[in-house]
Write a protein that binds this ligand. Structure first.
Ligand SMILES: C[S@@+](CC[C@H](N)C(=O)[O-])C[C@H]1O[C@@H](n2cnc3c(N)ncnc32)[C@H](O)[C@@H]1O
Length: 246
């Protein structure tokens, strides 16, 4: 079962795949939209994990601006600030080049141009780098590699996972994706939100029905929830997981 029918008007649009997992990230404003988080102040009561963070400024902005207890993790968080800055800049160029060759796969109402998109990505990278550099000793950014996370069961009220598991599903097998989601659920006490449900070329993830069935067997109640954000055409839903027994 795919969550929604594939948009047939895109049948002739040239698609692309991201060949490497980009060190790329979004701002808190974009996170609120893509994860359907309407009450930022309400999040103050939550402990949040962003996995993987990439070059997102969500954690930086949530902590510094709103006093939220948020932690970010990524396999690259053992690297120096300068290395991440360089990688972040290169990957903005890499992804924007790919998007520029397939603009029809995207809606241009939120980001109004490629330049606008680049400005958002550069802003996120800038805020992330500043915070990463300042807070390394405070363990706000932790090196971690899915499908295994270095956190105890139920360590976080809310776990967010953006632009990784389904975006790069052409690179990962089903077992990696399902084990990773089960791990995200293990470290959460309330809920896990995953966005988008599409691949990098905007096609829906083809094994969603199998995945939901496995997650159900692992005690997750799963809901596909509409969100008011759709840059990649069709990517206007997130996966919301809760523990059935809580
Ligand atoms: C596109 S970024 C994440 C973006 C961010 N969450 C957002 O939505 O803006 C993808 C990240 O996945 C990380 N990554 C690659 N392999 C991983 C793994 N096995 N476990 C966790 N993260 C991984 C990469 O290092 C990269 O920083």
């Amino acid at each position: 079962m795919n969550s929604r029918p594939h948009d047939s008007s895109l049948a002739h649009v040239k698609r692309f795949q991201l060949n490497r997992v980009a060190f790329y990230g979004r701002t808190l404003f974009e996170y609120l939209k893509m994860f359907h988080l309407n009450d930022i102040k309400g999040l103050k009561a939550y402990k949040i994990l962003d996995c993987p963070t990439g070059a997102s400024s969500f954690v930086a902005e949530a902590c510094n601006r709103y006093g939220i207890n948020a932690i970010g993790c990524d396999p690259l968080f053992d690297k120096d600030t300068k290395v991440l800055q360089k990688l972040g800049e290169e990957d903005i160029d890499y992804v924007i080049e790919k998007v520029s060759n397939a603009t029809k796969l995207y809606n241009w109402d939120f980001y109004t141009s490629l330049e606008d998109l680049r400005n958002y990505r550069s802003l996120a990278l800038e805020k992330f780098i500043l915070d990463y550099d300042e807070t390394r000793q405070r363990k706000r950014y932790i090196q971690a590699v899915l499908p295994k996370l270095p956190f105890g069961d139920g360590s976080f009220d809310l776990v967010l996972s953006g632009h990784f598991l389904f975006t790069y599903s052409h690179k990962f097998n089903f077992s990696f994706i399902s084990s990773s989601i089960i791990e995200l659920l293990r470290v959460s006490s309330k809920e896990v939100r995953i966005y988008p449900l599409q691949k990098s070329g905007s096609e829906p993830y083809e094994r969603m029905a199998d995945l939901l069935s496995i997650l159900d067997q692992h005690g997750a109640s799963c809901k596909i929830v509409p969100v008011k954000f759709e840059f990649q055409k069709g990517s206007n839903e997130m996966l919301l997981l809760r523990h059935k027994d809580r």
